[in-house]
Design a protein. Structure first.
Length: 259
């Protein structure tokens, strides 16, 4: 049964990564602290005066207030995706960590789910740090803003599982440039991050609606503004993405690691 379904032993994989992370946490803390600060200063001082107000759900917002939640969503995407692509590939291919774990009672589904859980945890840690910076600018309303933390776990699970799917098929670490260029970068630019999706042509709006980052940005922006209603669609989409990508990730890693 353990070869088919993960058990709570997957937490041992998470524990291993947490132990390693505690030795390098100071380096990992810097980007989530400085990145939102740089973006908010650049866009808030520079572009905000040119753009003026932006409407979200019929509510006018300053451009700074519009992009701040998107920065959190982008952090969730990047934190989980890059952890479960580049970092997971290094552990799998170069460090042979996966081989070592497979020599223990851990099953492959437990290892894969432990990797995804760690990617979501990295997204959660980054979100908590960014919330502290963005809150200092008064751009997150509480208590609804606290729901950004479970949202980060959900979004991190989606993008972490998607990252493992790519890790299971790329021939070498340089090949990750393709999914980053063809998938992550378009979402970063057109997922409702720096301008409303409604400003796109109708066909592009339909494409944007298929991107998980679009729904993550929508939910994060609503929570930052204290709007907890109307999130069902975004949450259902993200939940469905997790349900879809996790089994695909496990199946892909089985094909790669178990001959």
């Amino acid at each position: 049964m353990n070869d088919l379904f993960p058990t709570r032993r997957l937490l041992r994989v998470w524990q291993r990564h947490w132990t390693v992370y505690r030795r390098t946490w100071k380096i990992s803390f810097v980007p989530p602290l400085l990145e939102p600060l740089f973006y908010l200063l650049a866009f808030g001082v520079g572009l905000s005066a040119l753009v003026g107000s932006v409407h979200f759900r019929g509510q006018p917002l300053s451009y700074t207030a519009f992009i701040a939640p998107a920065l959190i969503a982008i952090n969730v995407m990047n934190g989980a995706f890059f952890e479960n692509t580049y970092s997971s590939f290094v552990r799998m291919h170069y460090q042979k960590t996966f081989d070592a774990m497979l020599a223990t009672p851990l099953s492959l589904p437990e290892i894969v789910c432990g990797e995804i859980l760690w990617g979501a945890t990295k997204a959660l840690i980054g979100t908590a740090l960014m919330m502290g910076v963005i809150s200092a600018f008064g751009l997150i309303r509480y208590p609804s803003g606290l729901l950004l933390l479970p949202l980060a776990l959900l979004g991190g699970t989606v993008f972490g599982a998607l990252g493992i799917c790519f890790t299971s098929i790329v021939p070498n670490i340089e090949a990750f440039n393709l999914p980053v260029f063809l998938f992550i970068t378009p979402m970063f630019l057109f997922g409702g991050t720096f301008f409303p999706v409604a400003s796109l042509p109708p066909w592009a709006q339909r494409v944007a609606a298929l991107l998980p980052l679009t729904h993550l940005v929508e939910a994060a922006r609503a929570l930052c503004l204290g709007q907890t209603a109307g999130l069902t669609g975004a949450l259902v989409y993200l939940g469905a993405g997790a349900i879809l990508f996790i089994p695909l990730a496990i199946a892909g890693m089985k094909r790669r690691l178990i001959r």
